[in-house]
Design a protein around this ligand. Structure first.
Ligand code: ADP
Ligand code: MG
Length: 583
């Protein structure tokens, strides 16, 4: 009993969430009412048609056709068609515009969610919230809602008319209904459960496929196709089992329904025929009764699919609401006017998962206009320091300040606009080289400016040699660039952005010596006269910077210049001996 109550309560809660989503999608209630109204006209016209049919048949049998009646008959048909068409279009319009608003809102929200959210959630899952889940809600609004509404009118109307035409036959028909219900009800419930489970399984399966396809190179280089095939096979088999379970229930239900319908028709035609023969009802009435019979039965199948979609919609609502309830990044309010103030880490600690301490009470100061390098063994926390400066994550303890002001208070987009971040795994978007260099730029730039930036980044030369120069497609559907080339494009991107603070996470992958020379030159160009923090993996990068921080196990264990550290820090000496080729 308690279970039942709880379930009811939950359903009501998700129903109110559902309405909240409709509101968020700016559902046009006026149009919904207009659509429903047209639907009512369509249904009523549909209910009248059999009456005209009856009269026409009866007149035909007696003394020829009445012209007026034919005109009315045709008019009803036309009315039904036109009202139906407009109602369909209106409701589709309402559904589409609602889902467009909802998607727009959701997408905007997702883009502003903090990085930890994306650490916790697979992108495939987030994508299906935006595409599939919103579609389910759309179909409920634009199709099922009208269908059920009209279906109910049609059923009630047809039943009333049936009783009016001949209550005796109608009673016979209605004896069949409860009997059928009794048999089908439990099966229907079972079916419903299975269909929901199938949905879940399907989502899991496509999620899995997505992961594998994304890492197809890994799969191939480890010859893991067989393993993945087996994994996939298990899921495919389980999908098949659900499909078959569904089929078994169908196998029981559909012959029962067919038999019942057949029986009813036999009864109606047989008993009705007898009544026509004995002159108790007209032949036209019998035909009308048969048509109404269909108008009672048809909506029932629609209603069944309504309930399934309705349940699915509640599930979709829950998942969408979960995203909407995720807090977006703290935006801050102070506009930042200049970076000519020291940036300070004040006893900053950080943990990704709340358990493992990745940064441990780190403190350091970055003076404007100077260059700093972070070196140290892989996993020490260097990239994490950059992520905190970029405000991808927030310190678990301590704070980061600029000119004494907590950076969290500074308007987030102006903060990030002031930072150029060249990350370790250099992202290339699908598009041309030019689009890549200009990505996210909020001002117009001339081709000369782009080329100048590329020259400074030592990228111009290789770009010129690409088949279409700056117009060459790169990324997922274009030319694959080498690590060194990507890095130089990223540097060009940073130069064009002209940030006050530059964060460079050198790629760890081995570069060919030519690339290395180019990148070294590019870095020199871009670091000049600009506050720069660089995570260095190459000796050549660090020899000239003002200050080097040695980062180990989440702590800064030594600070100094290259020569100073060579004397004071054994770890630094060791790193230099190994030419820095560590993470
Ligand atoms: P470095 O750049 O010095 O090699 P990182 O800052 O990348 O070190 O990583 C420091 C530690 O934090 C490592 O143990 C790494 O596994 C962990 N780490 C890095 N990124 C994440 C993340 N997004 N979620 C959880 N742990 C992470
Ligand atoms: Mg790193």
């Amino acid at each position: 009993m308690f279970d039942m109550d709880e379930k009811m309560h939950e359903e009501r809660a998700s129903l109110s969430l559902f309405f909240r989503l409709l509101k968020l999608g700016n559902l046009k209630t006026g149009l919904v009412i207009a659509g429903l109204f047209l639907g009512i006209i369509e249904t009523i016209a549909g209910l009248i048609i059999p009456l005209f049919t009856r009269d026409l048949i009866d007149q035909w049998a007696l003394d020829g056709l009445d012209g007026n009646n034919i005109i009315l008959f045709i008019a009803a048909f036309i009315l039904q068609t036109i009202a139906g068409g407009f109602s369909f279009y209106l409701m589709t319009y309402v559904g589409e515009s609602m889902v467009a608003n909802l998607r727009g809102h959701l997408w905007g929200h997702v883009l502003h969610l903090p990085i930890p959210y994306f650490d916790r959630n697979e992108s495939g899952a987030i994508m299906s919230r935006l595409t599939q889940d919103t579609s389910i809600i759309k179909s409920l609004v634009s199709e099922h809602f009208v269908n059920v509404f009209n279906g109910l009118i049609s059923v009630v109307g047809a039943i009333i008319l049936l009783f009016l035409i001949d209550w005796k036959i109608t009673l016979f028909i209605f004896l069949a209904v409860p009997v059928t219900m009794l048999i089908i009800q439990p099966l229907g419930k079972q079916m419903f459960k299975i269909s929901l489970r199938t949905q879940d399984e399907l989502a899991k399966f496509s999620g899995h496929l997505g992961r594998v396809l994304q890492d197809i190179r890994l799969v191939k280089s480890f010859s893991a196709q067989e393993i993945e095939r087996e994994e996939g096979k298990k899921e495919i088999q389980s999908l098949m089992r659900y499909g078959l379970r569904e089929a078994k229930i169908y196998a029981v239900i559909s012959p029962i329904i067919t038999t019942v319908i057949l029986l009813v028709i036999v009864i109606v035609v047989g008993y009705g025929g007898a009544r026509v023969a004995s002159g108790q009802i007209s032949a036209g009435s019998l035909v009308a009764i048969i048509i109404y019979l269909f108008q009672v039965v048809m909506p029932f199948t629609m209603m069944a699919s309504f309930f399934t979609t309705f349940q699915k919609s509640l599930g979709a609502t829950k998942r969408i609401t979960e995203i909407l309830e995720e807090r977006v990044e703290t935006k801050g309010f102070l506009q930042i006017d200049d970076f000519q103030k020291p940036l300070k880490f004040e006893e900053v600690s950080f943990s990704y998962d709340g358990e493992i301490q990745v940064l441990n009470q780190i403190s350091f100061t970055v003076e404007p206009g100077k260059n700093y390098a972070f070196v140290g063994p892989s996993g020490g926390g260097k990239t994490t320091i950059f992520s905190l400066i970029e405000r991808f994550y927030r310190p678990t303890e301590g704070r980061i300040t600029i000119g004494g002001e907590d950076i969290e208070n500074i308007d987030l987009s102006s903060w990030r606009d002031s930072i150029g971040y060249v990350s370790q795994e250099i992202p290339i978007i699908s598009g041309t080289v030019k689009e890549n260099i200009c990505y996210g730029l909020k001002r117009e730039v001339s081709d000369e400016e782009i080329e100048d930036a590329a020259r400074l980044a030592h990228a111009h030369e290789f770009i010129e040699k690409l088949p279409l120069g700056y117009g060459t497609e790169v990324g997922e559907r274009g030319i694959k660039l080498s690590g060194g080339q990507r890095q130089r494009i990223a540097i060009a991107r940073a130069i064009l952005k002209n940030p006050r603070l530059l964060l460079l996470d050198e790629a760890t992958s081995n570069l060919d010596s030519e690339s290395e020379v180019h990148i070294q030159k590019a870095l020199e160009n871009v670091m000049k006269g600009r506050t720069t923090l660089i995570i260095a993996h190459r000796l050549s990068t660090v020899t000239d910077v003002d200050t080097i921080f040695v980062v180990e196990k989440g702590q800064i264990t030594a600070v100094g210049t290259h020569n100073g550290l060579l004397e004071s820090s054994p770890l630094y000496r060791k790193l230099v001996q190994h030419q820095f080729q560590v993470g």
